[in-house]
Design a protein around this ligand. Sequence first.
Ligand code: ADP
Ligand code: MG
Length: 267
Amino acid sequence: MVRIIAVANQKGGVGKTTTSINLSACLAAARYRVLLIDLDPQGNATTGSGADKHALVQGACEVLMKRVDAGQAIMGLTPVGYDLMPANGDLTVAEVSLMTALRREYRLQEALAPIHDQYDFILIDCPPALNMLTVNALVAAQGVIIPMQCEYYALEGLSALVQTIESIRESVNRDLHIHGVLRTMFDPRNNLTNDVSAQLIHHFGDKVYHTVIPRNIRLAEAPSHGLPVMDYDRSSRGAQAYLALAEEMLRREGRRGASDQAGGTVS
Ligand code: ADP
Ligand code: MG
């Protein structure tokens, strides 16, 4: 059974794209079949996966506008180990045209149904807004990963996202749940980070991943080389943190991690 996971937070710059790319690469390294969907008109997940967003013929925009099937808009990116449904600024056009479309919230869910059996995981990198693109991701997904930076205003924005998730669960997608809250760009020497982190655990309990992603320059450098951090510098703290996150995520899913899989097959 495919697991579809949206990486969402309407705040920009919290690590959604970094998490989407690196988690996709780690799951692929653990020999799972992974599709990463770029649902942000900024196209950062596309560029960061080594694809040229200026040379796209078809991608998430054409899928949402029903011009092509999902399968036709997927690129196999052999070096990074996962497949990509790319995006660029054209996606803004799809977002606007969806505003008046019938069953507009279901476009992505319906498009993905025929390719479910081709993947173990589908990750969706959401834009920094609670707009129709993010709603499409939340209707298509079963789980949401919420990356957040432990800083002063971080918790404020979370309630709007949590309310959106709850209303989508109550109305159109009963399967939807928060898979986990991920602390990114974490600096344990900072008192504010620790305060916000404690509040987060108080509020979300077990939903907060044990793994934290440290602030690490390699994570910021890797996208300019079009590579996930484990292909750029596997020994970096950033790479090790995302490998640990993938293991934790797989444990939550009741699936085997990379370390359990030597020579084994993936069910
Ligand atoms: P979002 O997709 O939520 O807007 P990004 O993943 O693009 O956020 O991250 C915002 C910026 O911070 C990018 O330049 C990215 O390279 C950088 N970044 C993300 N996570 C880290 C980290 N753990 N350490 C250092 N830089 C990071
Ligand atoms: Mg992003």
